[in-house]
Design a protein around this ligand. Structure first.
Ligand code: ADP
Ligand code: MG
Ligand code: ZN
Length: 605
């Protein structure tokens, strides 16, 4: 459609130019006097004429006094005939310079042919474009079963290489091998080694699986066929399998190359376990992928990369040797990785000198690569909205909180009483977190409403942790209920402000018992088999593998844990009432306390 518009515009301008030319031509003709034939004859008789140029049916006459005139003669009648008809004496013509200009040149074309040809041309163009668009629609219908894979050629612009992927060192090491397979397959084949067919990238969302796959293609400099698992599945049965066949056919033609199936869990789910209509189609598609991967002969240098964040739901047949036998795990980034990722994304952003990427990395535990890239973007947007030319560290810290908790809602009107209650609630969280030995240090306390929260206390770990001890969880519970306890101790009753704290606490307590085996009475086992089902959307379904009696015990244990936490929190709040009042006063005055200001009141942790 865009093309059509462009072509149309070009035609239109050409048309305008020609029209302008015509009108100009017409004007230039009219500038000179038009006289009748009779007058010309008279002038010739009186020997006033010095030259005549004959141009088709036009006679351009120049008089002796240097004036010009134009006369139209009858078409088809020659000039000499005309002179004969008027029986002009020969001697009158001797002194006249008569020239005959050929009218078959450009002028003739423009005047006689173009006016007929032009509409024809336009009509032809119109028919051509109409045919073309109809054909396009036809082709689309016929190509339904073909793969929609996007192919990235060898030397496309915006090529991604390993340099653009920060962190994930082990995964990069493994994939360097794949690059070598693609570049020098001989080296491996001569030693009788079998080149791996499939490599499965595993990692949480946003850890850079898609990015890394593209980097492999960029490094190896081979064609790259990209297709998402969901693109195989359509409304119609059989389309997925046909697309798989087509994709692999194309790939084999352009070997060595990479076929990348993103989000493979969309088709690669365990077979025979689905509910709902689409699973037959999925199974066929998966079967076809398996068949195609088996069908490569030893020397076909096509490597299939696939990515998923749900390895647990994949069909075991996908994972056996000869298919996706290589599994590369992309870890969530640790603090050093986060700094490196920030560095990659800070390249084209003007950061102020005071921006320390390390500090940002410290504040963002649990952020994925995608989160970090988004974070810098948010920071840039915040800075731009203040018409700054560079991004300051405050913009980025503000963005961290915006991403973590939600945007600040300064305009939300709260009454003085609500503000007071929120101040006590948050001060309670902060103090309990501060005085317990195993909790993360408090980074910020605020009573400015953010997202859904009325206020918030930001705790951040000093280092990345992969394991957590029971004592940490118990203290975490105490911090969660601290807001509730403080409200109760000070005002004698609680508000709805503690709702989400309590829900979180209850969920955590249940997890300690059913998932982590941390209950004293129920012992080291898990309770409940969690299973994801696809039925009318996503649903986590828990299958109970314990009796009613155990269920009762779990409920009791949850209460024990919460009671313990309440007791601990209440002790700390009651023993530090003076400090609590000081923190509340500071909060009511400043609304937000940074780590340093908070520690000035409560002392070092
Ligand atoms: P996934 O496929 O694992 O869900 P993507 O590869 O699509 O994640 O990553 C999304 C974006 O996050 C990337 O385009 C990139 O900008 C950023 N990103 C993620 N991980 C990294 C990383 N390790 N290094 C640099 N950028 C990353
Ligand atoms: Mg992805
Ligand atoms: Zn709270």
């Amino acid at each position: 459609m865009k093309n059509f518009l462009k072509n149309f515009l070009i035609f239109f301008t050409v048309f305008l130019i020609i029209a302008a030319f015509f009108s100009f031509y017409g004007v230039s003709e009219k500038k000179v006097d038009e006289v009748g034939l009779e007058k010309l004859i008279n002038q010739i008789e009186n020997e006033e004429v010095s030259a005549i140029i004959i141009e088709g049916d036009l006679l351009k006459v120049t008089l002796k006094d240097n004036t010009n005139e134009v006369i139209k003669k009858e078409p088809g009648e020659s000039f000499s005939q005309l002179l004969n008809n008027f029986s002009i004496a020969k001697e009158k013509l001797v002194n006249i310079n008569i020239k005959i200009k050929d009218d078959r040149g450009l002028n003739f074309w423009i005047k006689n042919v173009l006016p007929y040809l032009f509409p024809l041309l336009i009509l032809g163009a119109l028919i051509y474009f109409m045919m073309k668009s109809v054909q396009g629609a036809n082709n689309k219908a016929l190509m339904f079963g073909q793969s929609q894979a996007k192919e990235f050629g060898k030397d496309t612009k915006g090529k991604v290489t390993f340099k653009d992927v920060a962190g994930v060192k082990e995964a990069k090491e493994e994939l360097k091998e794949v690059v070598e397979f693609l570049k020098q397959p001989k080296k491996f084949l001569e030693l009788g080694a079998r080149i791996p067919r499939g490599v499965l990238l595993l990692g949480s969302p946003g850890t850079g699986k898609t990015l890394l796959a593209r980097a492999v293609a960029g490094e190896a400099n081979v064609p790259f066929f990209h297709m998402s698992g969901s693109e195989f599945v359509e409304m119609f049965v059989g389309v997925g399998a046909s697309r798989v066949r087509d994709l692999f056919k194309k790939a084999k033609k352009s070997a060595p190359c990479i076929v990348f199936v993103d989000e493979i869990d969309a088709v690669g789910r365990r077979r025979g376990a689905g509910l709902g209509g689409s699973h037959d189609e999925r199974e066929q598609t998966l079967n076809q992928i398996l068949v195609e991967m088996d069908g490569f002969d030893q020397n076909t240098n096509v490597i299939v990369l696939a990515a998923t964040n749900r390895p647990d739901v994949l069909d075991p047949a996908l994972l056996r040797p000869g298919r996706f036998d290589r599994q590369v795990i992309l870890d969530d980034p640790d603090i050093a990785d986060r700094e490196a990722i920030l560095k990659v994304h800070a390249r084209e952003k003007p950061l102020a000198k005071d921006v320390s990427l390390r500090k940002i990395a410290e504040r963002t535990p649990g952020f994925s690569g995608a989160d970090l890239s988004n974070l810098l973007n948010e920071g840039a947007i915040l800075a731009a909205r203040q018409n700054k030319k560079i991004i300051n560290i405050e913009d980025i810290f503000e963005a961290v909180e915006k991403v973590m908790i939600g945007p600040e809602r300064k305009s939300r009107i709260i009454t003085a009483n609500e503000k007071k209650i929120t101040a006590y609630h948050e001060a309670g969280h902060a103090i309990v977190a501060h005085f317990l030995p195993n909790t993360d240090p408090v980074h910020k306390v605020s009573i400015i409403s953010r997202g859904q929260a009325g206020g918030y206390t930001l705790k951040l770990p000093t280092e990345d942790k992969h394991m957590h001890a029971k004592s940490e969880f118990i203290e975490e519970l105490a911090v969660l209920v601290a807001g509730y306890i403080t409200e109760k101790e000070i005002f004698g009753e609680v508000t709805t402000g503690a709702t989400s704290d309590l829900r979180q606490a209850t969920r955590l307590a249940r997890k300690l018992i059913t998932d982590f085996g941390m209950s004293n009475t129920l012992g080291p086992r898990t309770f409940g088999e969690k299973e994801e089902m696809i039925f009318l959307g996503r649903e986590i379904h828990e299958q109970r593998d314990y009796s009613e009696k155990i269920a009762e015990q779990i409920d009791k244990e949850i209460s024990v844990f919460i009671d313990q936490a309440v007791h601990q929190a209440r002790g700390i709040v009651n023993n530090n009432k003076e400090i609590l009042e000081k923190v509340v006063a500071a909060l009511l005055e400043k609304e937000t306390l940074e780590k340093e200001e908070f520690e000035k009141i409560v002392g070092q942790k």
